[in-house]
Design a protein around this ligand. Structure first.
Ligand code: FCB
Length: 477
């Protein structure tokens, strides 16, 4: 793939440039210093769930290589680093006593980042729920949301003012629907009602967690949530296809956006899912809790989708046209008559189509709906099957082109009025890509999974240049 959008744009000095990772995907040290299993430890050990039987036991051993990894970030000139905290390191069974060694790890990480001049951006939940909580129903159990607030409070007390931006949850859509409906993510449940309960309890956890952090650190503490708002288009103007798109928008985006930003559920969702649940798990007062003023809304963007009236595509683990692994159950609960269509290329190694202007469209749409709500791209990036060549380098020109075009797409949205505050590349390091294990590489830094040696890819040098000059350089090669 080559670039499709112009080079040369310059960004303002206050625009924040960073990179993102997540605890289970990079840390390893799965059974060290008091950490107990999360749902991903259990899931990855279940035969057939993760490609090649890969697990996060070692991952890229970031837990023991923090110093080296921060040196890499420093060399790249990163201004911010978005990481996640592993709840099972902090409270190994999800409640009760605090595991001081786990807390110390993140305090030390934040201190080292600050020392290196890098702003810590902390996500409290990037999918590694303590297994003990899952044994009691996980996100289908309201108590998990209440316990999340206790955990958030512990971290606010420990990290204090070190954190530039707190993020409660990463992509609750994946936790709820890939976790409990299609079951291609941990905990691997396929139960539509469970998924809808999980939606609400995740939203509630966001509200309770954000409020706990603010209680400890003050009302002005910057809070965010990261959503993977889907950009979906109808295959035609036919009313049935338009309705298919509406169903996806509702169950993929609106069930999170509207409660979090507006304090309401989209009324359509009750009709769409009436055959599944009466939503009596939503209690009086919950929506007021969920709506918390946000400093920014975090957006993760990778690709787009296209739908028509039809039958959901199911299958047996191969990538489906919605960009996720197929299963016997669709993740789009209530969208009973919606068929995802294959998207034209180019595609990344995830089979996700590359469409930078989908990001422009998304940012403009959100900023028109919520003009007062600043946005940040908390993840964007591309997987390819990179290799280190004889010259000792990784010539990942396709990834660089992807970044080039998507960053320009952000700029184009800003030209048209979107208030975007920052951009984080997914990911700093190659890592454990959930159900795909270590097969597909997202890093701007290559990791040899045998030796754990880190090799910055060409894309990281291009990105470092962008941060230094604030200008989108053409992609060579
Ligand atoms: C997002 C996840 C992140 C990573 C990227 C590729 O859905 O938040 O952990 O796996 O996709």
């Amino acid at each position: 793939m080559t670039t499709t959008l112009p080079s040369g744009r310059q960004f303002a000095p206050e625009f924040l440039w960073g990179s993102a990772t997540a605890s289970y995907q990079i840390e390893g040290a799965a059974a060290e210093d008091g950490r107990l299993p999360s749902i991903w430890d259990t899931f990855s050990r279940t035969p057939g769930k993760v490609l090649n039987g890969d697990t996060g036991d070692v991952a890229v051993d970031h837990y023991h290589r923090v110093a080296q990894d921060i040196e890499i970030m420093k060399d790249l000139g990163l201004q911010a680093y978005r990481f996640s905290i592993a709840w099972p390191r902090i409270q190994p069974t999800g409640s009760g006593e605090v595991n001081q060694a786990g807390v110390d790890f993140y305090v030390d990480l934040a201190d080292r980042l600050i020392e290196a001049g890098i702003k810590p951006v902390a996500t409290l939940y990037h999918w590694d729920l303590p297994q003990t909580l899952e044994d009691e129903g996980g996100w289908t159990n309201r108590r998990t949301a209440e316990l999340f607030a206790d955990y958030a409070r512990i971290m606010a007390e420990a990290l204090g003012d070190r954190i530039h931006l707190w993020t409660t949850l990463n992509e609750p859509w994946c936790s709820a629907f890939l976790g409990y409906a299609s079951g291609v993510h941990a905990p691997g449940v396929t139960d539509d009602e469970a998924a809808l309960k999980a939606v609400h309890h995740l939203n509630l956890a966001h509200g309770l967690g954000a409020r706990a952090v603010k209680e400890v650190l003050g009302e002005d503490t910057p809070i965010s949530i990261t959503l993977n708002t889907h950009v979906t288009r109808a295959a035609s103007d036919a009313p049935q296809d338009v309705e298919a798109k509406r169903r996806i928008d509702t169950i993929a985006n609106e069930v999170f956006l509207r409660p979090v930003v507006e304090g309401v559920y989209p009324p359509e969702v009750f009709a769409d899912t009436a055959h599944i649940t009466d939503w009596s798990f939503v209690r009086d007062g919950d929506l007021e809790i969920i709506k918390v003023p946000l400093e920014v809304l975090g957006i993760n963007y990778y690709s787009t989708g296209r739908v028509q009236h039809g039958t959901p595509v199911t299958g047996d683990g191969e990538p489906g046209p919605d960009g996720h692994k197929t299963s016997s159950h669709t993740p789009f609960v209530g969208a009973t008559e919606v068929e995802f269509l294959p998207q034209p290329g180019p595609h990344t190694a995830m089979d996700w189509n590359i469409e930078p202007l989908g990001l422009t469209e998304l940012l403009l749409d959100l900023s028109k709906r919520y003009p007062e709500l600043p946005l940040a791209i908390t993840e964007n990036g591309a997987a390819f099957y990179d290799t280190v060549t004889d010259d000792g380098r990784v010539h990942d020109v396709e990834r660089t082109s992807y970044l080039h075009d998507h960053i320009e797409a952000v700029g184009q949205a800003m030209d048209q009025g979107a208030d975007v505050r920052g951009y984080f590349v997914w990911s700093l390091l190659d890592n454990f890509e959930w159900a795909y294990g270590y097969d597909r590489r997202f890093g701007i830094v290559h990791v040899d999974y045998d030796t754990l040696v880190r090799t910055p890819k060409d894309s990281s040098r291009w990105y470092a240049d962008l941060i230094r000059t604030r200008t989108i350089a053409p992609v060579e090669g």
